[in-house]
Design a protein around this ligand. Structure first.
Ligand SMILES: NC(=O)c1ccc[n+]([C@@H]2O[C@H](COP(=O)([O-])OP(=O)(O)OC[C@H]3O[C@@H](n4cnc5c(N)ncnc54)[C@H](O)[C@@H]3O)[C@@H](O)[C@H]2O)c1
Length: 441
């Protein structure tokens, strides 16, 4: 099976589907990306407009569309019959009870079923709870009893902001299959990566499904561990960055995900930790550490407004607060479960006037947190700083790292990403609070 002879359909053209589909095309496969969002598909197909902010993606989409390997449609009938593999990359948002809501996965599975022809591997790339592969099998079988197919698990580990690089040069690829036939297709799909030395971890479907949740819950716990250390560092005069560095130099610990911040957010960690804890409870098992991580992270986010108030001498009432950064991290416009969604309403409620700015997430912010009631969106860092009593740095965009101290003069700075050196800020006469950094005298 060579790349050019394999046809792929990617259902769901969001962060994961669009990046994965484009990268598979870049690897030489013929890929059709499908979405129910007709406007999104029309813009991609007719105008080459990328619906998300993801560095490097536009160039790769244009290149592969021009090469005839990548196309976009809303019509499953035009691509599923000839597909060797159909990926499901739709959203799995959090349901009210904390579990992953599988309604989009189910709808996609049933839609796919109608159009299956010849042997096809249906691949769950969405993050789905253990046991979902079997459910997909049942949904497909229910619509098309005679279909010749297998369901594989292939969780995605890409990070927004680095998604293209992560997909093409991953630490590992995880595949869960129940038989050799599906395994052969999955191995062929990832051959361009395994040929260059990427590790392919093939396991059974349940293990593969669990690996994704276990990995995310572990990383969320690691971040929360260091976020909690901040409080102790603040109290005993230790520098959390130095503590993290000292910890991370131990190869058993490793340095990444040891940088403190305003609590984890985004499209994955919050919902995946909740879904893992719920899956465990459903099976009569308590994952106490994961449950506590979820609670601690919420507490960290809810404590941010008090930190700002403390820096302003006890209250934010009638103060103007510039908030720099709204996305849950830099290099993305994703605001799902971003700390801004907790902090901004708390500042507004406490009587502050908030002037918020993000280089990419303004559109996302406007519908999630409507303007008014003391919240104004502005179109530049300068406009946010204009007349502000306090500056809260919430997202680690390069643009904010490059801020000249002179621009912050006379303002109280609450740096929730530790972008600046407390001593340098102090020397510049700026009232500065970082996370777990000793205050310069
Ligand atoms: N965003 C990430 O960084 C990331 C990383 C790894 C894994 N994941 C997982 O990947 C999955 C997708 O996440 P995302 O961030 O790409 O979501 P997203 O919301 O950006 O995209 C999902 C897309 O699926 C489309 N869709 C929904 N139902 C459909 C259907 N029946 N047919 C066709 N299209 C349909 C939606 O219109 C949307 O465009 C989730 O399970 C998520 O947990 C996300």
């Amino acid at each position: 099976m060579s790349a050019s002879s394999l046809n792929l359909t990617m259902i769901g053209t969001g962060y994961v589907g669009l990046v994965s589909g484009t990268c598979f095309a870049e690897m030489g496969f013929n890929v059709t990306c499908v979405d129910v969002d007709a406007a999104k598909i029309a813009k991609l197909r007719d105008e080459g407009v990328i619906p998300i902010y993801e560095p490097g993606l536009k160039e790769l989409v244009d290149k592969n569309v021009a090469a005839g390997r990548l196309s976009f449609t809303t019509d499953l009938a035009s691509c599923v019959p000839q597909a060797d593999a159909v990926f499901i990359g739709v959203g799995t948002p959090q349901d009210e009870d904390g579990s992953a809501d599988l309604k989009y996965v189910e709808a996609a599975a049933r839609d796919i079923a109608k159009h299956l022809q010849g042997y096809t591997v249906i691949v769950n790339k969405s993050t789905v709870p253990v046991g979902t592969g079997a459910k997909v099998e049942g949904w497909v079988r229910g619509v098309n009893a005679g279909a010749d197919f297998d369901v594989a698990s292939n969780p995605e580990f890409l990070r927004e902001g680095e998604a293209v690089g992560d997909f093409l040069n991953p630490d590992r690829v995880v595949v869960g299959v129940e038989n050799a036939r599906a395994r052969a297709v999955m191995e062929a799909l990832y051959k361009p990566l395994t040929d260059k030395g990427v590790a392919l971890h093939v396991t059974n479907r349940a293990s593969s499904e669990l690996i994704k949740y276990a990995a995310n819950a572990f990383l969320a716990t690691k971040i929360t561990f260091v976020n909690e250390l901040v409080n102790l560092c603040d109290t005993v005069g230790a520098d959390v960055l130095s503590v993290s560095k000292g910890m991370g130099l131990d190869s058993r610990i490793a340095p990444r995900f040891l940088q403190p911040g305003p609590g984890y957010g985004g499209s994955c960690f919050p919902k995946d930790t909740n879904a893992l804890a719920k899956t465990a409870r459903d099976h009569g098992v308590t994952l106490g550490l994961v449950e506590e991580t979820i609670r601690r992270n919420e507490a960290i986010k809810e404590g941010l407004a008090a930190k700002v108030a403390k820096a302003l001498g006890g209250s934010v009432k009638d103060k103007t607060v510039a908030v720099l950064g709204l996305a849950f991290k830099a290099n993305t416009d994703d605001m799902r479960d971003a700390s801004a969604l907790t902090l901004l309403p708390m500042l507004q409620k406490a009587g502050a006037t908030v002037q918020a700015y993000d280089p990419e997430a303004m559109e996302q912010a406007r519908w999630r947190l409507p303007e008014g009631n003391g919240l104004a969106y502005v179109d530049s860092t300068n406009a946010a700083l204009n007349g502000a009593d306090a500056v809260v740095i919430l997202t680690e965009w390069d643009e904010f790292k490059a801020l000249a101290p002179a621009m912050l003069k006379g303002k109280v700075v609450v740096d929730l990403r530790n972008l600046f050196d407390p001593a340098a800020m102090h020397a510049a006469g700026i009232a500065y609070t970082g996370l777990g950094r000793p205050q310069a005298e």
